[in-house]
Design a protein around this ligand. Sequence first.
Ligand code: FAD
Length: 303
Amino acid sequence: MLRTFLLYLSERETPKKLLTRHSWGRRLAQRFIAGEELADALGVVRQLNQDGFEVTLDYLGEAVHEPAAAEEACRAYIEILDHLAQDGLRSHISVKPTQLGLAIDESLTVRLLRSVCERAWLHHTFVRIDMESSAYVDATLRVFRALEAPRDSLGVVIQSYLYRSEKDVDELLKEGAYIRLVKGAYKEPPDVAFPRKKDVDRSFQKLMETMLASGLYHAMATHDERLIGLAIEYARAHKLGPERFEFQMLYGIRRRLQRDLLKQGWRVRVYVPFGRQWYAYFMRRLAERPANLFFLMRNFFRQ
Ligand SMILES: Cc1cc2nc3c(=O)[nH]c(=O)nc-3n(C[C@H](O)[C@H](O)[C@H](O)COP(=O)(O)OP(=O)(O)OC[C@H]3O[C@@H](n4cnc5c(N)ncnc54)[C@H](O)[C@@H]3O)c2cc1C
């Protein structure tokens, strides 16, 4: 119930204004967000790299409805890629297709993402196209395919809560795509997504094993210790070393687990979001674990 309500609020303007206009809102969000400015994010990336983590940087923003805003996001990503390269930081980028205009015009997204990818190729780095709500999955996969990018420079995301994902994974593997597997963070109806967590987890495990068996380089993006344990078990049984796949986790979540995996010799990439458009991202993090809400409020009032 609370999850559904928080996801509903994540798309509403009034609570967004309330939270983002006040410094206390920013203080609450800082547990999950690296800051509002690029300089804040670069500092976090530097520290994570020093600690042994790889990073993927997300310039927050989504559901853009003006072409000018999509163009602005494209320029921002190009600037980010230049800064990462100049500073010698080990970080990919993660891009939301609706931030590059997918809700306006698919060809605009292809054009803008192509510009971002060209700059990423120049710097020998990697672009991940995040996956948003189910309404955008077909269009996102079309954009990914239209770019015809080398597989080690552009990848996609598959969500285990969608019924269609098994078929999508099979097709993407045939095309040699590098995939990030996640459970899925949006509010989806039961005719497109498994309503029960148990089924989402079972689907994750199945897709994960298919992906690990493919011989391609994929990312297992979860904080679920049981599924991470199963990935490690599978990797050991099939002699897959840390160079064959990576774990990914979100900034500020299960930090001890992130460090433990690193200590065990696995490759861990932290997804670091930054920017002023943090509201929807922050609300999805609360929805994943509504206990966060009480935890954050308690800490907030203690400060
Ligand atoms: C690197 C990365 C990239 C992602 N990209 C996408 C994407 O492109 N599209 C998309 O739909 N989703 C994306 N997600 C979000 C994902 O779909 C899940 O919503 C999110 O990862 C929570 O699911 P879980 O796998 O951690 O499992 P869960 O079963 O939800 O959680 C397992 C455990 O992790 C901890 N945990 C999980 N979430 C939180 C939280 N918010 N706060 C505190 N503890 C928590 C809890 O201890 C929980 O018991 C991404 C996630 C990661 C890690």
